[in-house]
Design a protein around this ligand. Sequence first.
Ligand SMILES: Nc1ncnc2c1ncn2[C@@H]1O[C@H](COP(=O)(O)OP(=O)(O)O)[C@@H](O)[C@H]1O
Ligand SMILES: [Mg+2]
Length: 349
Amino acid sequence: MITLHALTKVFPGGVRALDDIHLTIADGEFFALLGPSGCGKTTLLRTIAGLETPTGGTVRINGKDVTRLPPGDRDVAMVFQDYAIFPHMDVTTNIAYPLRIRKVPRAERTTRAAGVAARLSLTELLHRRPAELSGGQQQRVALARAIACHPTAFLFDEPLSNLDARLRLEARTFLKRLQRELAVTTVFVTHDQAEALALADRIAVMSEGRMIQVATPAEIFHRPATTFVASFIGSTPMNLLPARATTTALHVAGATLPLPEGVTAGDHLTYGVRPEYMTLSATEGPGAFPGVITVLENLGTHTLVTLEAPGTLIQAVVPEGEEPSLGTPAWATPRRALLYRDGTLHTTP
Ligand SMILES: Nc1ncnc2c1ncn2[C@@H]1O[C@H](COP(=O)(O)OP(=O)(O)O)[C@@H](O)[C@H]1O
Ligand SMILES: [Mg+2]
C-alpha cells in the first residue's frame, strides 16, 4: 500500500509541481497518473521513488514512513520512458544489475535474470547488447530488470511512449497481463487518456500539481468531475455547449430542454455530450440540436460528423454507411448528457 499525505513540492525558482496531494493506492492495484505535460506526474512518481524530496507531506509504503529514505531503501522499481538500460552491458547483466547492487551472489543473479527473461520472451537475446535490440525488446529488458528484484511496487513513467503505435498496443496488453499475474502494486504515469483507461484499476487526473478526480476508468469516462476532465478524456472531444437556464427551461444550442433540478437563471452552465452518445436524424425531434452537416471524418468503422449551427459546432459519431450527406440539415439528440455548473459536474440530465 502506498499512502501520500499532504504531499507538496515547490522547486527552487517557485514552480509548485505538487500541491497538497492526498492518495492511497491499494496492494496489487494498477493505478494511473494521467494529465497533460507539466502537470506534475513525473515529479509525483519521483517523489514516491525517493528521487525527489517533497517540500511538505509524507510518503508511506506499507505503513512505513519513507519520506526521508533514499531510493535504494524503498523497495520500489522504476521504469523510465527512455528505459535507462546500460548500453555497455548485455541483457543478462542489465536485468541482474539491481541484484548486483543488493549483493546477491553472481550465480543466483544469473539464474533469476534467466527466469525473468524467459517470462518476457527474452531468452534468445540474453547475450545481446541494447544496440542490438528493437525498441520493444529494450522496453521488455527494462521491465525484466524491474521485475527481477521482486519490488513492493512498480513505478512506470510513460514506459510505452517510445514505441510506435502498433507495438504500443501490444506492449500495453502484455503489461496489463503481466501486472495481473505478478499482482504487484503499480503506479503508471501517462499523458495518454486511452492508455490510462485501458490499463488502470483507478486513475488520478492531474492538473497543475493537483488531483482533479480519482476514480475508476468507467467513472472518469461517464462522470467526469469537471469540464477539464471531460475535455481530456475520450478519443473524440466531448461536445461542451454553453447552456442558459430560464425559470422554465434549459436552452442549449438551439434546443429547449427540461430544466434540471437545482439550476437557476444566471448560472454559468455547460452541457456536455460525447459524440458517441449523439443520435443523428434527418427530421426534427423534441430536445434535438439543429444544424447543417459540414464535415465528415472517417474513423474506420465509424464516421465523425460535424453539425454546424450559428455560433456552435456539434459532433456526432455514426456507424459507417449511415453518414448523412454534406450540406443537408440534421438534428442531433443526446442519449447521455452531463450538466456542469461553474465547471463542476452538477447533474446527468
Ligand atoms: N528539477 C526541476 N526544477 C524546476 N522545475 C521543475 C523541475 N522538474 C520539473 N519542474 C517543473 O514542475 C512541473 C511539473 O513537471 P513534471 O512533473 O515533469 O510534469 P509531467 O511529468 O506531468 O509532464 C513543470 O512545470 C516543470 O517545468
Ligand atoms: Mg513527465
